[in-house]
Each structure stands twice: as structure tokens, then as C-alpha cells.
Design a protein around this ligand. Structure first.
Ligand code: FAD
Ligand code: NAD
Length: 398
């Protein structure tokens, strides 16, 4: 019998976990598994706020995929996915066309722009290695430029759009970095402004009020200003314009105000909500028995609350693992052994820089160093799961 072809698009949390699960569970010649990714490396999106602010090297937040997979079991193709053609059961890449029997789409997220003019041109909004490396360099360049043109104090103003988890984790790291940059470039710290603009009336809307207050007070103490209940309505070369009409002149604007599914999915004709495909209990795209969507591209609804789960790495990993296990039993002719997806939400930890964090686990609340330890443990656990102790020692932040 010809082994079925399984194609996985994207080697992020979801796709890589699926590939590693196949690698573990499939017997030789049971299936041909191909993992397609645009880079030769997998990156740890959950830590990108650190290299973005320059507090941790970007190389520590990525790993060569070839070091993680067994290429006798999983073939790796480094290429850009261009289109998914379900009618022909093929995926079009820049340099290849691949036929599939089972297709797993884990292409991750893109910034949600809400149609805000100037956003793509004038903000840093790419939460990937190339994006954060550029942002880190740009931040430093602002300090260097200011010293040569000291009338332009706006160069030292940094606006972060969105006080969700990404915005808060990034501005916290930046607040940690500012004193070092000021020292390096002989800049008076009082000239630097870090402004977080949030459309909701509170920062970190998903957290309980006690933790929210803890986080905002901790950040205010580090010099972060908050403008709440005011959306950014336009971005331009001078900075941002708020819905209130106020303009903030800023040398750097960072966009962290939400994500949508990868646009390739919409372009390929799938029905989506904010670029995410509403999947069923077996993570299938509606109307497609053999096309599965996982991670940030999937919209999975909690049937109890009727609300979609937020796009997170913890869910992406669980989706990747369960889906691979379900495909293995299907290939073996024991489809009845498939399990529906039931995410387990362990909790949420938001880092507030190197030495502070908040965590919410059901009714349990944690702040300060214990929360920092939990956050580190979660990161290290993931490294261990994908690459064992060697990866933990090589890439871990202790
Ligand atoms: P990704 O991990 O983004 O992977 C997508 C992959 O697809 C990438 O390898 C990409 O290169 C590849 N790809 C994309 N387009 C193409 C293409 N056209 N062709 C080929 N390959 C392509 N979640 C948590 O649970 N906990 C956290 O602490 C946390 N922290 C975060 C911190 C930050 C700064 C950010 C931005 C997000 C954080 N998240 C966190 C959310 C989490 O990172 C995402 O939910 C998770 O990365 C989604 O996994 P994924 O596999 O769907 O996508
Ligand atoms: P988000 O959607 O969670 O937060 C975006 C924030 O931007 C919201 O508070 C929203 O009100 C605000 N906003 C929207 N439009 C705005 C505008 N025009 N002006 C100002 N503010 C605006 O997005 P995110 O923080 O990028 O997170 C994306 C996903 O990744 C979420 O599911 C999140 O849970 C996950 N994540 C998790 C962690 C963690 O667990 N530590 C860290 C980062 C991200």
C-alpha cells in the first residue's frame, strides 16, 4: 500500500508539535510526513518580547529545526506557502507543489490592523525573528540619533499600541532596558517616555482587577505611562493619532493590539472570522474531511461559554499533539479511537520584565518572583518537550 502523504504547513508551536508527535508515533512506511516552513528555524514566539526590547539575544529564541526532527521520519522543506488548493488537494509553495492526503495548517498569526491608516507603514508589528531584530536595532538607533540631534526629544518617545499580554510584556522589557541604553548613550532617563495606549478602559483586560492593578502600578513605577480607554485611530511618520484627537509624537510605535489568522488561509478560499477558521471538535476545516487547522489559524469555540479560545501557544501545542494522534489512529483503520479536542487551560502568566510577573491559575493568583519562576518553568518545559535537556541548557533563560 502507498503510504498516505501528510503535509504540515508551519513549524510553529502547533505544526512542530504535530511533526514531533508523528515522529514518535508512526511506524516506518506508515505515512510520509512533510513539514514546510519558511525558515530553517523554529522560534519561540512566547519570548519574542525579550529580543524585541534587546534584553535577550534573538538567537536564544530560535532553534534549527533539523536539530529537532529525525529526517528519516519527517521530511523538511524550507519554502514559502503561497496557496492551498483544496479542490486539487495540493499546496502551492514558491518552489514546489505538494500533493496531500492529510493537510495540517499551522501558519500562525498576522497583526490585526483594524483598517487603521498608516499602521503597516509606520509601526513595528512583526512578532517574528526578523521583526524583533529590526525593532531592537531601531530602538538603539533612536538613542544614537538623539545624541546627534538633541532637539528631537520625540526620538526618545516609544508608543506601544495595545495593553494586552504582548504589549505589556514588551513594554516591561523595554522599561528594563531603558536605564542601560541611557547609560550607554549618555541620555538623561527623564527624557525617555514609554507610553502604552489601550482602547479598553483597563490594561490586561483578561486578568482580575487585583492583578491588573499590581501590573500597572509596577510598570508606572518603572516609568511607563498608560493612556486607557482611547484607541489609536491613525499612525503616521510623526507618531500616532488617538480617537480623542490627541496626537503623540514618537520616534517608535510598536503595534501589539491583537492578531488574526495567516492571510494565506483567507486567500485560499476558507471561510474565516478574523482570518481564523472555525474548526470542529476534530480540528477540521468546515466541509473538508482531511484538512485540519491548528494553532492561531484555528477558531475553536468553548461549547460551554460559546466563546472562542484565545490564540495561545498552550492551545497550539495541545492541538498539534492531539491532531497527530488522531491522524495516526485514522491511518491505522481505528478511526473510532480518535478523541475530540478538549483544551486544558493551565492559567496565564504575564511577565513584567526580568524580575516581576503576574499569574492567574483558576482562582489562584501569583505575583512577583514566584510568578517569574512559573513563567520560566513553562518556557523550560516547552524546550524540554521539543529538544530535551540539551535544548534547555542551550536556549533556556534561567
Ligand atoms: P507560530 O508559532 O507563529 O508558527 C507559525 C509558523 O508558520 C512559523 O514558523 C512561521 O515561520 C511559519 N509560516 C508563516 N507563514 C508561512 C508561510 N507563508 N510559509 C511557510 N511558513 C510560514 N502564548 C502562550 O500560550 N503563552 C505565552 O507566554 C505567550 N507569549 C507570547 C508572547 C508574544 C510576544 C507573542 C507575540 C505571543 C505570545 N503567545 C503566548 C501567543 C503564542 O505565541 C501563539 O499563540 C503561538 O505562537 C501560536 O502558535 P502557531 O503554531 O499557531 O503559530
Ligand atoms: P490581544 O488581543 O490579547 O490584546 C490586544 C489589546 O489591544 C487589547 O487589549 C485591545 O483592547 C487593544 N487594542 C485593540 N485595538 C486597539 C487600538 N486601536 N488602540 C489601542 N489598543 C487597541 O493581543 P495580544 O496581546 O497581541 O495577544 C495575542 C494572543 O497571544 C492572545 O491570545 C494572548 O493571550 C496571547 N499571548 C499570551 C501571552 C502570555 O500568555 N503571556 C503573551 C502574549 C500574547
Amino acid at each position: 500500500m502507498i503510504p498516505p502523504k501528510i503535509i504540515i504547513l508551519g513549524a510553529g508551536y502547533a505544526g512542530l508539535t504535530a511533526a514531533l508527535t508523528f515522529q514518535k508515533k508512526l511506524r516506518t512506511k506508515e505515512a510520509e510526513v512533510t513539514l514546510v516552513n519558511k525558515n530553517e528555524y523554529h522560534y519561540f514566539t512566547t519570548r519574542l518580547h525579550e529580543p524585541a526590547a534587546g534584553t535577550f539575544p534573538h538567537d536564544k529564541t530560535r532553534v534549527d529545526i533539523k536539530r529537532l526532527i529525525n529526517r528519516k521520519k519527517v521530511q523538511l522543506i524550507q519554502d514559502n506557502v503561497v496557496e492551498i488548493r483544496t479542490s486539487d488537494r495540493v499546496v502551492v509553495l514558491e518552489n514546489h507543489t505538494l500533493a496531500y492526503d492529510y493537510l495540517i495548517v499551522g501558519l500562525g498569526a498576522e497583526p490585526e490592523t483594524f483598517g487603521i491608516p498608516g499602521l503597516m507603514e509606520y509601526t513595528f508589528n512583526r512578532w517574528n525573528i526578523n521583526g524583533v531584530r529590526q525593532l531592537r536595532e531601531y530602538i538603539e538607533y533612536q538613542f544614537a540619533t538623539y545624541k546627534n540631534d538633541p532637539k528631537r526629544t520625540e526620538l526618545l518617545t516609544f508608543v506601544v499600541g495595545g495593553a494586552g499580554l504582548t504589549g505589556i510584556e514588551f513594554v516591561s522589557e523595554l522599561a528594563d532596558r531603558v536605564p542601560k541604553l541611557c547609560k550607554e548613550y549618555d541620555v538623561d532617563t527623564s527624557l525617555v517616555r514609554l507610553i502604552t495606549v489601550e482602547s479598553a478602559p483597563v490594561a490586561l483586560p483578561g486578568f482580575d482587577p487585583g492583578l491588573r492593578n499590581y501590573a500597572t502600578s509596577a510598570l508606572e513605577a518603572k516609568g511607563v505611562e498608560f493612556i486607557l480607554g482611547t484607541p489609536i485611530k491613525a499612525c503616521n511618520k510623526h507618531g500616532v493619532v488617538l480617537a480623542s484627537g490627541k496626537e503623540i509624537r514618537a520616534g517608535t510605535v510598536v503595534w501589539a493590539a491583537g492578531v488574526r489568522g495567516n492571510s494565506i488561509i483567507e486567500k485560499s478560499g476558507f471561510t474565516t472570522t478574523r482570518g481564523r477558521v472555525p474548526v470542529d471538535g476534530y480540528l477540521r476545516a468546515p466541509g473538508h474531511e482531511n484538512v485540519f487547522i491548528i494553532g492561531d489559524c484555528a477558531l475553536f469555540t468553548d461549547q460551554r461559554t460559546k466563546r472562542p479560545y484565545p490564540p495561545t501557544a498552550q492551545i497550539a501545542v495541545q492541538m498539534g499533539k492531539l491532531l497527530a494522534e488522531n491522524i495516526v489512529v485514522t491511518i491505522r483503520g481505528t478511526k473510532h479511537k480518535r478523541k475530540p479536542f478538549k483544551p486544558v487551560i493551565y492559567g496565564t502568566v504575564a511577565s513584567l520584565g526580568r524580575e516581576d510577573a503576574i499569574g492567574q491559575f483558576g482562582k489562584k493568583r501569583v505575583t512577583g518572583y514566584p510568578a517569574v519562576i512559573i513563567k520560566k518553568a513553562v518556557d523550560l518545559r516547552y524546550l524540554f518537550a521539543i529538544g530535551g535537556i540539551r535544548l534547555v541548557l542551550k536556549k533556556g533563560r534561567f
